[in-house]
Write a protein that binds this ligand. Structure first.
Ligand code: GLU
Ligand code: MG
Length: 436
């Protein structure tokens, strides 16, 4: 993609422990310095809860210290190029230039590099679901567009919106595979093109900013909340993953179910076993667990299946289209920090390839309707956080500072939610990003 030489202003972002995208803006002529030396950012921003308030018990909730958010010049993209706005993700370093051990994007990059050293490559791509709404009189999300699930009527009702959004993606050089009206009222979905994990996470951050921006231009709000309204389906942030080792695809070409070879089956077995520990990274809010109800395609069971939309890990085998077989992690939502999610997934892939696990039979049909349903994934954030805290492979890959401060953030979210009734909890997260 060609990027004009002189952006007038660049929004440099990182995603904090709570999943909020934080920003500092620099003038175009200072971008090179921001890419070399960075801009100041206090480590306290990882102690903020999803409502933007610091949790007093969080170890990073101290006024001291400063970090440098170093813009990644290679990842510079247009945000609103007609007005000279550009965007770049950044990594946080200590003032002496060394890596900051709790930086989320650096963790994702380190995971990619560690796998590459073993000849393993992960390709990832996100699906984004969101609700286009007007805040109603009681602050509720009132669907802004009519039309049925997957309905061409909804597309046509919102054709100007869809056109403006897809134009914005194209102008940003952000490759996408598919756009459609989703199942829920005024819900849409965008599938982003797959890339390496860092690229996939960057794309998700930029795509959400563009969706938010275009929705505001139309006078609407975009809700990426896992569950914007108690009575409607939620918004997922499903991740598609494929793996190669020494350039050989790991999920196809074998005799197992869906064509799995032994290495792919052992990896899938290990991922299934590690799923509870991954939950607070993929589903980081208390409200995330309200989305994970049976029979809503949010896949709350510890199960896998071939093309089964109720399985937490859905294998999509390779077919005549020549696309590599891939796995879809269906539990994840868009409150997740994508760098942490893909970093953690890479750590579990590395561990799973070293320590393959037996793979149970694939689930056929809706697991909720089976005489003996598979085990449910953790039912709330407290249980998920306990599994995360006990995960040795995640602790080893993250290091103590990142792992401990994430556990502290999960506990802060558990405490925040405990003070709210179910309606208040849903309302408190309805408009993501934060409204302050
Ligand atoms: N909206 C569903 C979710 O919460 C997913 C629907 C689908 O399978 O695309 O994850
Ligand atoms: Mg969908």
């Amino acid at each position: 993609m060609s990027v004009p030489d002189s952006p007038r202003r660049v929004a440099v972002t990182f995603v904090n422990h709570a999943g909020a995208v934080l920003v500092k803006v620099v003038p175009g002529d200072r971008f090179a310095a921001a890419a070399r030396l960075g801009v100041g950012f206090s480590p306290v921003s990882d102690a903020w809860r999803i409502d933007g308030l610091p949790d007093g018990d969080h170890p990073l909730a101290v006024p001291d210290g400063d970090l440098r958010l170093v813009a990644d010049a290679e990842a510079l993209r247009p945000l609103e190029p007609a007005a000279g706005w550009f965007w770049a993700p950044g990594d946080r370093h200590l003032r002496d230039g060394s890596a900051y051990a709790a930086d989320q994007r650096s963790f994702c990059r380190a995971g990619r590099d560690a796998l590459a050293a073993e000849g393993v490559a992960v390709t990832a791509g996100f699906e984004i679901e969101w609700l286009v709404a007007d805040p109603g009189p009681r602050g509720e999300a009132a669907p802004a567009l009519a039309g049925g699930p997957y309905g061409a009527d909804r597309l046509v009702e919102g054709l100007d919106y869809a056109g403006a959004l897809l134009d914005a993606l194209d102008a940003a050089g952000l490759p996408w595979l598919q756009f459609h009206p989703e199942y829920g009222a005024a819900q849409f979905e965008l599938s982003l093109a797959p890339g390496d994990p860092l690229e996939a996470a960057d794309r998700l951050v930029l795509a959400k900013l563009l969706i938010q921006r275009v929705s505001r231009r139309f006078g609407w709000r975009a809700s990426f909340s896992p569950l914007p309204e108690a009575t409607r389906v939620g918004n997922g942030g499903h991740v598609h993953l494929s793996f190669t080792r020494q350039d050989v695809p790991l999920l196809q070409g074998g005799d197992g179910p869906g064509g799995l070879p032994p290495a792919g089956a052992g990896l899938l077995g290990a991922l299934l076993e590690a799923l509870p520990a991954l939950m607070p990274i993929g589903c980081p809010l208390a409200v995330s667990y309200r989305r994970l109800a049976p029979s809503r395609w949010s896949a709350p069971f510890r199960a896998w299946g071939v093309e089964n939309r109720e399985a937490a890990l859905r294998l999509v085998p390779t077919e005549g289209d020549g696309v590599d077989a891939h796995l879809e992690l269906k539990t994840a939502d868009l409150a997740a920090n994508p760098y942490l999610l893909l970093g953690a997934l890479q750590a579990l892939v590395q561990d799973g390839l070293r320590n393959p696990q037996p793979l149970p039979d694939p689930v056929l049909g809706d697991p909720a309707l089976l005489a003996e349903p598979p085990e449910r994934l953790p039912l709330d954030l407290a249980a998920a956080s306990a599994a995360f805290a006990a995960s040795l492979p995640l602790r080893q890959a993250m290091g103590p500072l990142l792992h401990d401060t994430l556990v502290a953030g999960q506990q802060a979210e558990v405490r925040r939610a405990a003070a709210l009734d179910p309606e208040e909890l849903i309302a408190s997260c309805r408009w993501l990003p934060l409204t302050g």
